[in-house]
Design a protein around this ligand. Structure first.
Ligand SMILES: C[S@@+](CC[C@H](N)C(=O)[O-])C[C@H]1O[C@@H](n2cnc3c(N)ncnc32)[C@H](O)[C@@H]1O
Length: 244
């Protein structure tokens, strides 16, 4: 049986439901990242769980060297097509975050837009940060753009509806066993399908402790893509810059 993340990220509707997570959104976050790391055009960047490649392609267009990987062949195909269209050379491969095998080393590893906390155990969720430490050059950065647990709990909207490309999308959200669980019901004329998301709600301090155990040092912390200071009650995001 497939996991929720295999089904959902292989669907055509994932990109439709998150159509606000577009190039502009990618540019905003990457502007913050480039300003707060020491990467230049000779640096090597790894975009982990790169999806359809919106961050990778922006960086390539700025002259950076980027390798991206993802589990979803559907999204990798979209990334490949877009890179070709834009005439940039994107190195892509298909891999699970839990067992990435690479010979190259990197100066910056990106884990963006809540591509963390999908698995059941801490061992699985922190497997990629552990692998990343070895994949980074000295002084390299690992940027984790994750949800803010406290903000999610405080502002949870149990149900919402929207229309996207003529489809009715119903999103049902709940907190269950320290996870944010979302059911996404897609109603397209007479056809109804459901997908799920289930992301572990890690506390900020737990993530820092686990990263420090690996050897990382927390270098910077922001609460949104504009670079606002992190505020545990009010920040929509938890954006962590770890340094090797
Ligand atoms: C919320 S999306 C973010 C995609 C991309 N970083 C972005 O910002 O557009 C999460 C991504 O994680 C990928 N993913 C999910 N489970 C994965 C796994 N076990 N290993 C590798 N990638 C995975 C999905 O296919 C999807 O592209």
């Amino acid at each position: 049986m497939n996991t929720w993340f295999q089904d959902w990220f292989s669907s055509e509707e994932y990109l439709e439901v998150y159509n606000h997570r577009d190039e502009e959104d990618a540019e905003k976050l990457l502007t913050l990242i480039l300003k707060n790391t020491s990467v230049n055009t000779s640096s090597k960047i790894l975009d982990a769980a790169c999806g359809a490649g919106r961050h990778s392609i922006y960086l390539l267009e700025k002259g950076h060297y980027v390798v991206g990987f993802d589990l979803s062949r559907t999204l990798l195909k979209k990334a490949k097509v877009e890179a070709l269209k834009r005439n940039v050379k994107l190195d892509l491969f298909c891999s699970d975050l839990r067992n990435v095998s690479l010979k190259k080393k990197f100066d910056l590893i990106l884990n963006l837009f809540t591509s963390f906390g999908y698995f059941e155990s801490d061992k699985e969720n922190f497997a990629f940060p552990i692998a990343s430490y070895k994949l980074l050059n000295r002084d390299g950065f690992y940027v984790l753009d994750y949800l803010n647990r406290e903000f999610i709990i405080r502002t949870l909207i149990p149900q919402s509806e929207k229309d996207v490309n003529g489809k009715k999308i119903i999103e049902l959200r709940k907190i269950d066993q320290e996870r944010i669980v979302k059911e996404i019901i897609i109603n397209n004329k007479d056809n109804e399908r459901s997908f799920y998301e289930s992301v572990k709600l890690y506390k900020k301090d737990k993530i820092i402790t686990e990263f420090e155990k690996i050897g990382f040092k927390l270098n910077k912390l922001f609460g949104d893509y504009d670079g606002s200071e992190f505020d545990i009650n009010n920040s929509s995001r938890l954006i962590m810059f770890f340094k090797k």
